[in-house]
Design a protein around this ligand. Structure first.
Ligand SMILES: Nc1ncnc2c1ncn2[C@@H]1O[C@H](COP(=O)(O)OP(=O)(O)OP(=O)(O)O)[C@@H](O)[C@H]1O
Length: 229
């Protein structure tokens, strides 16, 4: 389990995270959502230790995040994080040297699933194919938890369908997934659990199926209630 406890983050006087706590389970897709500027990227970066926080902690299976367990969490940011001048092949080799658990078999399977050519330079790829490369490079790290920031932003419906298929396939089976998005329509059918962030705090944390069964509402209905009032 990934335990996020009491995270506080501010930029200058602006409080962005004001005591955010939740646990993430393996074998579950959780979505953190909220309107633009609500702090989703800040939360992802804080969990990954890429931003210093004022207060709070992150533990994985009761152990604080450190050099020994950091490779159990993979972060797929909203922009590609390897130099774009690399070919996909070079990017995979580069990742292989950094990640002990790098799974080349998974990378090759994803390459063919996405119909990408390893010899292509990343900078020459469409936005949708660059997003696929990002996902490939993240998933082949064979982590226990994947954190993804806006994985579908600005890409066409065909690329989106392929990427969504990855999230319901054996590629992430048994893994914990945290997706951050303000665009719930794109992923509503995929998500097990939803965490809503508003003005620095978690206002709602629920399972989509329970919401449908007990209140007859969709995630989008709930978002309208919370964010539009
Ligand atoms: N480095 C920074 N310095 C100052 N303010 C920042 C910085 N990074 C983010 N912020 C502010 O923190 C708030 C939260 O930003 P963040 O990018 O985390 O929101 P978000 O929910 O991911 O937004 P979006 O849905 O638009 O991607 C915003 O008001 C933003 O302007």
């Amino acid at each position: 389990m990934l335990e996020i406890k009491n995270l506080h983050k501010q930029f200058g006087r602006k409080k962005v995270l004001d005591g955010v706590s939740f646990n993430l389970n393996r074998d579950e897709i959780t979505c953190i959502t909220g309107i633009n500027g609500t702090g989703k990227t800040t939360l992802m970066n804080s969990i990954m230790g890429l931003l210093p926080v004022k207060k709070g902690s992150v533990h994985l299976d009761q152990e604080p995040i450190s050099g020994t367990n950091y490779d159990k969490i993979a972060y797929i940011a909203d922009t590609i994080t390897v130099p774009r001048t690399m070919t996909i092949e070079e990017a995979m080799t580069f990742m292989h040297t950094f990640y002990e658990k790098w799974n080349q078999e998974k990378a090759d399977e994803l390459l063919s699933f996405f119909k990408l050519q390893a010899s292509d330079k990343i900078k020459d790829l469409s936005k949708g194919n660059q997003a696929k490369v990002s996902i490939l490079l993240g998933i082949a790290q064979d982590a226990d938890f994947y954190l993804m920031d806006e994985p579908l932003s600005g890409i066409d419906m065909f690329a989106r369908e392929q990427i969504l298929e990855v999230f319901t396939s054996q590629f992430v089976s048994g893994k914990g997934v945290l997706l951050a998005t303000h665009n719930m329509e794109e992923i509503e059918t995929l998500v097990d659990r939803v965490i809503m962030l508003n003005q620095g705090i978690i206002t709602h944390d629920f399972y989509a199926e329970e919401l449908r069964e007990t209140e007859g509402k969709s995630i989008i209905d709930m978002m309208r209630e919370v964010y539009q009032g």
